[in-house]
Design a protein. Structure first.
Length: 266
């Protein structure tokens, strides 16, 4: 149990996502208690004022990923990690398709941006805190890394603790033609998805509801925000830019470190 009496699986903090220019887009603060993404929390202080620890991060990087090869057109490249993911899925309680998505995103980002040093465990920590790896509110993650039901956050309507963001996508992505909402297993908002979304599984769509796409998009966003995630300072900067909350960052760190350490167990 956590100090507030809620388990981690009961609590989901929505994003404070920043655009490419570094301008704050939204506080989506929400606690998912009893299956709801609806209860706003107070706006958190700026990152510079959070007094973040420096000795506890980054989390354990977990077992090594297998080498990737070029995939045939139309074939989901994340499936290369099927055997690796299957070996760890049950003991970590992370869906196999989610581990494939996180592992592929970390491997591709490591090849493209080796100085970033992002790990699959960091992405898995975020995925657990945001949506329990696409299993929020009874959803299941299918073999293509899509939740069986779309995951949407509360309307960003200016209620206490929540930034007011009027609809920016005509409801095409988030289904709301009045206000923007956070979307998918990693809870991107439409404007941030427009800047960072990528088709990671080569299915011809850039889809925030697809964890394959969301994981690689999040990895690139984290690297742009934090720089070197292999350092405590870079890791905390990245995660608290993703969500400007010390408590959120600690939850992600704890879960990511748990995944890393437990992945090494026989």
């Amino acid at each position: 149990m956590n100090p507030d009496g809620h388990t981690r699986n009961e609590r989901r903090w929505a994003f404070l996502l920043l655009g490419a220019t570094g301008t704050a887009l939204a506080v989506l603060g929400a606690l998912a208690v009893r299956g709801e993404l609806a209860a706003p929390v107070a706006k958190q202080p700026p990152v510079a004022e959070l007094k973040l620890p420096s000795a506890l991060a980054p989390p354990d990087g977990g077992v090594q990923l297998p080498a990737l090869a070029a995939s045939a057109p139309g074939v989901r490249p994340q499936a290369q990690l099927a055997e690796w993911a299957a070996a760890h899925s049950m003991k970590l309680n992370v869906p196999k398709a989610a581990l494939e998505a996180y592992g592929y995103a970390a491997a591709v980002t490591a090849a493209e941006q080796p100085a970033c040093r992002i790990t699959w465990t960091a992405l898995a920590g975020i995925g657990q805190v945001e949506s329990n790896h696409g299993r929020f509110n009874g959803a299941k993650l299918d073999a293509s890394a899509r939740p069986t039901t779309d995951i949407r956050g509360i309307p960003l309507d200016g209620r206490p603790g929540v930034k007011a963001i009027k609809d920016t996508d005509g409801g095409q992505l988030d289904g709301d033609t009045v206000w923007d909402r956070a979307m998918g297993p990693l809870q991107f908002i439409p404007t941030t998805w427009k800047d960072w979304g990528i088709d990671a599984d080569t299915d011809g769509r850039t889809d925030p509801d697809d964890l394959d796409d969301a994981a690689l998009s999040a990895a690139r966003y984290l690297c742009a925000s934090g720089g070197d995630l292999g350092t405590p300072e870079g890791w905390w900067r990245a995660v608290t830019t993703y969500n400007e909350s010390r408590r959120y960052g600690q939850d992600v760190l704890d879960r990511a470190d748990h995944y890393g350490r437990n992945s090494r167990k026989a």
